[in-house]
Design a protein around this ligand. Structure first.
Ligand code: ATP
Length: 259
């Protein structure tokens, strides 16, 4: 059972007077989908960069299965909002690219890439050019690519931020299916309250900068979807609406305190 754990992590960029993150503790265990929700500019992307190993914390510790995270590694798959796909390769080439760099033989890497494209509902798109895909399709390619190394944990930075409402909802549902099928630990950041409440098995609410954890909620709407309940049925459930409103008032409260 893999686990990515942050203990009292803080971050201050050298050029900045105000810290970005203040004593953040959280844990992403296998089979959990942890969502960090926070206002724009609070430090969500910085938090994800720390977990990915792109940036070192100023204080505290980040441990992957007990080992300190000091650099990026294939055991942490990352998907960013801007998908950063390679436009000169087709869909299959993009998904298989990381495996190619690691010296995996062509037949094996293509078989693995095809399998992952099926998982993200892109079977049949192998030879499509990247520029011919919609935003949602590109994000699915990014998700498949992040899964190629069979990472222990997936880190997603506002992966659906650039999508329209309908596409966004479809991608949320797809992510829940991939999460259930892979049983990996997933960490996702967003500033969309409904998305956070729908997806999270644990929702971590962050304050404005410097980001602190102001609330943690254990939720099960995503698991209900994965167990077969329809998205609309869940999102119109009075319990879902109650929690969404409760989180909204906490977010507004946290913003008012910071102002
Ligand atoms: N490399 C850096 N050096 C100095 N300051 C930085 C650096 N990267 C980010 N910041 C600052 O840290 C703060 C948090 O940025 P970050 O991108 O982590 O927030 P965010 O919550 O992801 O924002 P958004 O929701 O708008 O994407 C911002 O004020 C930003 O300007």
């Amino acid at each position: 059972m893999s686990s990515l754990r942050l203990q009292q992590v803080s971050l201050r960029y050298e050029s900045a007077s105000v810290p970005v993150l203040d004593a953040i503790s959280l844990e992403v265990n296998a089979g959990e989908l942890v969502v960090a929700l926070g206002p724009s500019g609070c430090g969500k992307t910085s938090l994800l960069k720390l977990m990915a190993g792109f940036v070192a914390p100023s204080g505290g510790e980040i441990l992957l299965d007990g080992t300190p995270v000091r650099a990026p590694g294939a055991e942490r798959g990352v998907v960013f909002q801007d998908d950063a796909l390679l436009p000169w390769l087709d869909v299959l080439g993009n998904v298989a690219f990381g495996l190619k760099l690691r010296g995996v033989a062509r037949a094996e890497r293509e078989a693995r890439a095809r399998e992952l494209l099926q998982l993200v509902d892109l079977g049949g798109y192998e030879t499509q050019r990247i520029w011919a895909l919609s935003g949602g399709q590109r994000q699915r390619v990014g998700l498949a690519r992040a899964l190629t190394a069979d990472p222990r944990v997936l880190l997603l930075d506002e992966p659906f931020g650039a999508l329209d409402a309908l596409n966004r909802e479809q991608m949320q549902a797809l992510l829940l299916r991939v999460w259930q099928a892979s049983r990996k630990g997933v960490f996702l950041i967003t500033h969309d309250i409904e998305e956070a409440v729908f997806l999270a098995s644990e929702l971590v609410l962050l304050s404005s900068r410097p980001a602190r954890v102001v609330e943690r909620l254990k939720l099960d709407f995503g698991r209900r979807y994965a167990a077969g309940e329809a998205v609309r049925s869940i999102k119109s459930d009075p319990e879902f609406i109650r929690i969404r409103e409760q989180v909204l008032s906490r977010v507004l409260g946290a913003l008012a305190v910071a102002a």
